[in-house]
Design a protein around this ligand. Sequence first.
Ligand SMILES: Cc1cc2nc3c(=O)[nH]c(=O)nc-3n(C[C@H](O)[C@H](O)[C@H](O)COP(=O)(O)O)c2cc1C
Length: 168
Amino acid sequence: MSKFKTINPYEITENPFKLIGKDWALVAAKNGDYCNMMTASWGGVGIMWNKPAAFTFIRPQRFTYGLMENDDYYSLCFFDESYRDALKFCGTQSGRDFDKAKECNLTPVFNEKAPYFEEAKLVLICRKMYAQDLNGESIIDEKLVSPQYSGDDYHRMYISEIVKVLTK
Ligand SMILES: Cc1cc2nc3c(=O)[nH]c(=O)nc-3n(C[C@H](O)[C@H](O)[C@H](O)COP(=O)(O)O)c2cc1C
C-alpha cells in the first residue's frame, strides 16, 4: 500500500525557498517504464493562469531535457537530508552514463502520470502548460550572462500546473 497521501497544494507548509534552493529537488521524467532524474535548485512554485504552478528551468544539454520534451508530465521530488548524497550524485552524473535510480537506491514509482520516488517526502506531479527558452536579448541584468551562460545553452523554462501533491 502506498505510504503517500494526496494533499492540496495550498496545504504545503514548507518554505519554498528552503525546499528548492537549499534542500534541492529531483526532477523526474520518463519514457515508457524508464525514468531518469536530475537535481534542480532553481525554479519556483506559485500561481499562473489561476492554477497552482511550478516553474522549472532545464538546460538543453541535460539528458532529462529530452525526457521532459517527450512527455507532458514530470515530477518534482523532495527528500529529507539523509538523501543529500543521492541528490549530489543526480546533480553531477548523467542518465546517459548511469541508471541513477539504481546507483542511488531510489525506487521509481509509475502509478501517476509522472514517475516519482518511494523515498521522497513530498512530490509535485507537474503538467507542462508552457515552455520557452530563455534568450540573451531578454536578459536585463547583463552581469548574469557570462557567469551563467557560456554558449547557446540557455535554460528552457517550463511553467507547469501542479496537478497532484503527494506527501507522507
Ligand atoms: C544543487 C544542484 C542544482 C542544480 N540545478 C539545476 C537546474 O535547476 N537546472 C538544470 O538544468 N541543471 C541543474 N543542475 C545540474 C544537473 O542536475 C546535472 O547537470 C545533472 O547531472 C543532469 O543529469 P542528466 O544528464 O541525467 O539529466 C543542478 C545541479 C546541482 C548539483
